[in-house]
Write a protein that binds this ligand. Sequence first.
Ligand code: CTP
Length: 151
Amino acid sequence: MKTVITYGTFDLYHVGHVRLLSRLRELGDRLVVGCSTDEFNSRKGKRSVMPYEQRVEILRACRYVDDVFPENNWEQKRGDILREKADIFAMGDDWLGKFNDLSDIVEVVYLPRTKDISTTEVRQLVKALHRDKINQVRSAVSHLASLVDNL
Ligand code: CTP
């Protein structure tokens, strides 16, 4: 039984997350995910759209994920790897080289990220759509106002 361990926030679950988890699962027989808590994210200066409980629920519903546990701090990884008896520690390559110090107890792997998608980009897209909608409503209101003026 080969266990793979990974970490992340997995906010606004998107296809980049799905593809990463699918490829991670293919590396072994069991995939466990450390999901960053809201408190840990706020210490990192990040705020997710979805609360921790919902991000965990979505991860647990993913067919590639066997178990999810909370990621509360930067220091817990060694303990998690030993507890889960992980053989492979894997992350997307935005983390390339960052966890090489763990290679004394686990095989460290970095997988290429899916291009052109991230939680940040989804957030920006939603914001832009929202701005477009507001502009459409504004121009409709000013058009109506000019119609009323001409009555
Ligand atoms: N990931 C990936 N491909 C993407 C986006 C994310 O493989 N297009 C991977 C990351 O490399 C990480 C995991 O998914 O190993 C969880 O990433 P997370 O930081 O939660 O998602 P991002 O979309 O990268 O979020 P952000 O924009 O906030 O950095």
